[in-house]
Design a protein around this ligand. Structure first.
Ligand code: UD1
Length: 429
C-alpha cells in the first residue's frame, strides 16, 4: 500500500492546475447509459473512482476509451474519454464493484430508463455515517419503477418504461437528484423534481443531458422540470472544475502561507468556502485563468461554520477547514449537518497535536501554536486530505498511511503540492 511522506514547514508558491470535478465526472460517465451514441467527456480527472466506474460500465457492455495526453500536459492530468453504449448486454452492477464507490449506485435510474430493468448492489463508498438510498428509490418508484430488495441488491423493473411525475424530496440529496434526473431524461412526459440538490455538479449533468436532447428547465435551482425524450443522442461535454479540489488547495495555501494560482478554478462554485477563508485571513483574488490564494504574514483567525447543501459551506471541505483551524489564533466551531459521524479525522489530527473537542455534530477547535509530525492513517477521502493539510504545517515528518483513499478523489496530489514547494513524496509499497 502506498504511503505519503511529508516534511512540514514549507510555504506554497506557484501554480496548481485544477482538475475536472470527480463528483460531476462520475454521473456524466453514467449518463452515457442513456444513449446508443458516443458521449465524449473532456477534462475527466484521472482518479481511481473514475477507473472503478469505467469497469462497472464495461461490464454493462459500454466501451470506454481514454484519449492520449495532450501536448503540454504533464503525465496524469485530466483527459478526454469516449463512452459508447451502443448495446447494453448486462444490467447488473455487482457488489464487488459498487461497494468500492457509492456513486456507482447512480447507474440504477439510467439503466431502468434505457433497459427497463436493473439489478444494482446497495452501495459502499466512504464510511461517513449511514448513507441510505431511500430517496433514490422513492424517486424512481414515483416514475413507475417496481423495486424490490433481494440479498443486498436493489432489483428494479419498468417493463413499459418510466413515466414523468412530480417528486418532492423531503431532504436535499445530491445522489438521489442525479439518479432521478437522469432517469427522467428518458421517461415519458414531464417530471418535476422539487427540493432538488443545487450542487454545481447536478447543473453540469443537466446541461449535458440538454446537449443530448432532453429538455430541462430550472437548472441550478431547486426545482428541475424535465421533459423526457424517447431517444437521446451523443454529445461532447467538458467536466466543470473541481470545487472541492479548489477549496482543498486554497486551504493548504492558507495553512502554509505563500501564494498559489489555482489554475482553471471558478470562485462562483465555492463562494461560501472562499468567504470563510477570507474571514480566516487568506486573500482570494479572481483572475482570468483561475483563483489566486495567498496568505502573507497575517495570522489565521478562528471561524464558526456549519456545513449545508449548496450554496452553503460544503461537507466535503469540512475536514480540510478543521485542519486549518487547528492553527488559528483562537477557538473555532465546525458543525456537520449533512453526515453524522463525519469526524474520523479528529482523532488523527489529534495525533499531530491538534486540540479538538467533539460534542454531537459540533467540533470545537482550539488553535495550537504548533503541530508536530506523526504517523497517521487516512480513513476516508476528504479526511485523508485534511491530514495532508495539517502535515504541511507540522514540524518534522508525517507519514500518511492508506493513501488509496486519497487516490479516489485527488489527482496527483503529491505532484501538484510538490511543484509548489511542499516536501512531499509518495512511497510506493
Ligand atoms: C454526494 C457527494 C459527496 C458529498 C455529498 C454531499 C458524490 C459522488 N458524492 O454524496 O461527495 O459529500 O453529496 O454534498 O457526488 N440521504 C438520505 N436518503 C437518501 C440519500 C441521501 O437520507 O436516499 C441523506 C444522506 O444520508 C445525507 C444527505 O441525505 O445525510 C445528503 O446525501 P447526498 O447528497 O445524497 O450525498 P451523496 O449523494 O451520497
Amino acid at each position: 500500500m502506498d504511503r505519503i511522506r511529508i516534511v512540514g514547514g514549507n510555504r506554497l508558491n506557484g501554480t496548481i492546475p485544477i482538475s475536472g470535478a470527480k463528483n460531476a465526472a462520475l454521473p456524466l460517465m453514467i449518463a452515457a447509459i442513456l444513449t446508443d451514441e458516443t458521449l465524449t467527456l473532456h477534462n475527466v480527472p484521472r482518479l481511481s473512482d473514475v477507473r472503478s466506474l469505467a469497469q462497472i460500465l464495461n461490464n454493462f457492455g459500454i466501451d470506454v476509451t481514454v484519449a492520449g495526453k495532450r501536448a503540454g500536459q504533464g503525465e496524469g492530468y485530466a483527459r478526454t474519454m469516449h463512452l459508447s453504449a451502443a448495446e447494453i448486454v448486462d444490467t447488473t452492477a455487482p457488489y464487488e464493484l459498487v461497494a468500492k464507490m457509492r456513486a456507482s449506485f447512480w447507474v440504477l435510474g439510467p439503466l431502468l430508463a434505457r433497459c427497463g430493468k436493473a439489478r444494482v448492489s446497495l452501495p459502499g463508498g466512504c464510511a461517513i455515517g449511514t448513507r441510505p438510498v431511500d430517496l433514490h428509490l422513492m424517486g424512481l418508484e414515483a416514475l413507475g419503477a417496481k423495486i424490490e430488495l433481494d440479498a443486498g441488491y436493489v432489483v428494479a423493473s419498468a417493463p413499459d418504461g418510466l413515466t414523468g411525475a412530480t417528486i418532492r424530496f423531503p431532504k436535499v440529496s445530491v445522489g438521489a437528484t442525479h439518479n432521478v434526473l437522469m432517469a427522467a431524461a428518458r421517461a415519458k412526459g414531464t417530471t418535476v423534481i422539487e427540493n432538488a440538490a443545487r450542487e454545481p455538479e447536478v447543473g453540469d449533468v443537466a446541461r449535458c443531458l440538454v446537449a443530448m436532447g432532453a429538455e430541462i428547465d430550472g437548472i441550478d435551482t431547486d426545482t428541475l422540470v424535465i421533459r423526457g425524450a424517447d431517444r437521446l443522442t451523443g454529445t461532447e461535454h467538458a467536466v466543470l472544475p473541481d470545487r472541492i479540489e479548489t477549496g482543498t488547495y486554497a486551504m493548504a495555501v492558507a495553512m502554509t502561507g505563500g501564494e498559489v494560482l489555482l489554475e482553471g478554478a471558478r470562485g462562483d462554485l465555492l463562494q461560501a468556502a472562499l468567504d470563510v477563508l477570507e474571514e480566516a485571513g487568506a486573500e482570494v483574488t479572481s483572475t482570468n485563468n483561475g483563483l489566486k490564494v495567498a496568505r502573507n504574514g497575517a495570522a489565521l483567525h478562528p471561524v464558526d461554520v456549519a456545513t449545508a447543501p449548496f450554496p452553503d459551506f460544503p461537507t466535503d471541505l469540512q475536514a480540510q477547514l478543521m485542519a486549518l483551524m487547528t492553527r488559528a489564533d483562537g477557538v473555532s466551531t465546525i458543525t456537520e449537518t449533512i453526515f453524522e459521524n463525519r469526524f474520523m479525522h479528529v482523532q488523527e489530527l489529534a495525533r499531530l497535536g491538534a486540540d479538538i473537542a467533539l460534542d454531537g455534530d459540533t467540533a470545537t477547535v482550539t488553535g495550537v501554536d504548533k503541530l508536530i509530525g506523526a504517523p497517521v492513517m487516512a480513513t476516508d477521502l476528504r479526511a485523508s486530505v485534511s491530514l495532508i493539510i495539517a502535515a504541511l504545517a507540522a514540524e518534522g515528518e508525517t507519514m500518511v498511511q492508506r493513501v488509496y483513499h486519497l487516490d479516489r478523489g485527488f489527482e496527483r496530489i503529491e505532484e501538484k503540492l510538490g511543484n509548489c514547494g511542499a516536501a512531499i513524496e509518495r512511497i510506493s509499497a
